[in-house]
Design a protein around this ligand. Structure first.
Ligand SMILES: *Cc1c(COP(=O)(O)O)cnc(C)c1O
Length: 375
């Protein structure tokens, strides 16, 4: 999608916040551990290439992504660091994964059998870098028993085109107060890890929440949400480090008008002016990922909270202003204005979801602008 530059809606990403978050996590690493920056989904909506560059500058040594296409985007833009794809890839992508030295997950034994059959039809010049996914309780992807693990190990070592490079798992409750299921998952993974005849180069189990609130295990940390300065648990657990949010979302008033009491605002006339009011129009809508559920949410103009009135349209929305304000006044949807701050967490709370989803939904139509604020 083409980004729209000729309107004032912008996402501003402070790369120094991302760097600072990485620095803070680096101080928490165990000996021999390093950070792989998780930059899937266009770096959680922050924009993958600038974020990837900042992450490496701050000391990350590799990347994790969700799809082969995301990995190829990094490679073809000059990133030479190790890249791990976390989600299953189609066999059609195996040749590219080998050629570009991109590590891919083994979902289960059936997947591995199909992969081996496919690889035998290809003449690979470099081995495929495989990471065995262990399903320790998330029930998403992965091998679940020691027997399967040993079979997988044997099948991989029987083929010179395959390299057993890594083993990993993912925790489903690392961001929750109750750690009983987490403990079950980690002990299951440890048992499988301990039964390997030889440990691969990379062992990785830690997402942001695991790194912040649990024991360390493995030599790579898959750092996602907290690198962007957001608390993985939302508001459930307090972060032991002070995270700096990197993203802000701003726009400006493209029209300011006086409406008389009783005037309908927006599609369906779901809001009617309660009295004579000042209404501002803001060029952002659900096609930007700012969904209709935000009707009634408050954004900031001149440091004051202003309610979104009427339905959010595809490309625009209207807000109620406390008084007449200048055309072109800044509208802060995420970020600070005066004494007030609106966060991705506030947005998530309002529509009953998590900030991960709010950030990922912000569409490529909104231009991303990068700054490095001095800290
Ligand atoms: C997305 C993802 C991560 C990163 O999680 P955060 O909560 O953002 O740190 C780590 N590991 C896997 C397997 C993932 O899918």
């Amino acid at each position: 999608m083409q980004a729209s530059y000729y309107r004032p809606t912008r996402i501003t990403v402070d790369l120094s916040a991302i760097k600072e978050n990485i620095e803070l996590h680096k101080q928490k690493l165990a000996l021999g551990q390093s950070i792989f920056a998780v930059v899937k989904a266009d770096a959680y909506g922050h924009g993958v290439l600038p974020v990837a560059k900042a992450a490496i500058e701050a000391g990350a040594v590799g990347f994790c992504v969700a799809t082969l296409d995301e990995a190829l985007e990094l490679r073809t833009n000059g990133f030479l660091e190790p890249i791990i794809v976390l989600g299953p890839i189609d066999y059609e992508g195996l040749k590219l994964a080998s050629e570009y030295e991109i590590s891919i997950p083994v979902v289960d034994l059936d997947y591995l059998d199909g992969l081996i059959a496919k690889v035998q039809t290809l003449s690979l010049s470099k081995p495929l870098l495989l990471h065995l996914a262990i399903d320790s309780g998330m029930s998403r992807i992965g091998i679940r028993t020691k027997e399967e693990l040993h079979q997988a190990e044997a099948k991989i070592s029987a083929h010179s085109d395959l390299l057993f490079e890594g083993i990993f798992t993912h925790f489903s409750t690392a961001d929750q107060e109750d750690d009983s299921y987490f403990k079950q998952q980690i002990s299951m993974f440890k048992a499988l890890l301990g039964s390997l005849s030889q440990q691969p180069k990379y062992v990785h189990v830690e997402n942001s929440a695991t790194t912040l609130w649990h024991e360390t295990l493995g030599n790579i940390v898959r750092l996602g949400i907290s690198m962007y300065g957001l608390n993985p648990s939302g508001k459930a657990l307090e972060s032991p480090i002070t995270l700096c949010p990197a993203l802000s979302l701003t726009s400006a008033l493209t029209q300011v008008k006086f409406v008389e009491k009783g005037t309908g605002i927006g599609y369906g006339k779901t809001y009617v002016a309660q009295q004579d009011e000042w209404i501002g129009t803001v060029p952002i809508g659900y096609a930007d990922g700012f969904i209709r559920k935000y009707q009634g949410y408050q954004v900031l103009v001149n440091g004051q909270l202003c309610e979104i009135v009427g339905r959010v349209c595809m490309d625009q929305m209207m807000i109620r202003l406390p008084e007449q304000v200048a055309l072109g006044s800044k509208v802060t949807i995420v970020g600070r204005d005066g004494q007030q701050e609106r966060t991705l967490q506030d947005m998530a709370d309002y529509v009953d979801t998590i900030h991960y989803e709010v950030a990922c939904l912000l569409s490529p139509r909104i231009p991303r602008v990068y700054i490095e604020e001095k800290r």
